[in-house]
Design a protein around this ligand. Structure first.
Ligand code: HEC
Length: 154
């Protein structure tokens, strides 16, 4: 009985390692397309956006080594793909004012409710956590941006 359990464990480990190795060959999209038109903001605001948001909401994603290792790579690539689809600072000036306005409201909402950056990301990136000053700065920027320009009321 003891011998069999030992074998089972050995085979399970071997199978697990084999699956991990095979998983590395499944292609994952982890590219940084060219930045065609970057967001314009004050250096202070831009610095906060870059450190806390750009990894998932721009074409300037920093892909650390572990983000290239399956199955983590699938999870990270999924976040970046979804993040860029919802909000892409590398394409910001190409959005019309109504879209920018809606996005700024969305940013205000997410930041004030502390939904962004996501908790799982902040765990691995302590520098991306927003302190009160940084949160305030982003909120003021988002509010100022959606008050002018389009002049639309919702
Ligand atoms: C780890 C990746 C990651 C980081 C970093 C990140 N986001 Fe996101 N964000 C996402 C994903 C993924 C979504 C898509 C919504 C979802 O699936 O939760 C999203 C959605 C959003 C949305 C749209 C929300 C909605 O549901 O309509 C806004 C606005 C947003 N993020 C703002 C920010 C801001 C501002 C920062 C920086 C302070 C930031 N995000 C940092 C991954 C990220």
């Amino acid at each position: 009985m003891k011998l069999r359990l030992g074998r089972l464990i050995k085979w399970s480990v071997a199978l697990g390692v084999t699956l991990l190795i095979v998983a590395q060959f499944i292609p994952v999209q982890q590219t940084n397309p060219p930045v065609l038109s970057d967001i314009q903001a004050s250096p202070a605001v831009k610095a906060v956006l870059v450190k806390a948001c750009f990894d998932c909401h721009s074409h300037e994603t920093v892909w650390p080594w572990y983000s290239r290792v399956a199955p983590i790579s699938w999870w990270v690539a999924g976040h970046v793909e979804k993040g860029r689809k919802d909000l892409n600072f590398s394409r910001w000036p190409t959005f019309d004012f109504v879209t920018q306005d809606l996005l700024l409201r969305d940013i205000e909402d997410q930041v004030s409710r502390r939904e962004m950056p996501p908790r799982s990301y902040a765990l691995g990136h302590p520098e991306a956590r927003l302190d009160d000053g940084e949160r305030q700065l982003l909120l003021e920027w988002a509010r100022a941006g959606n008050a002018d320009e389009s002049g639309l009321m919702y």
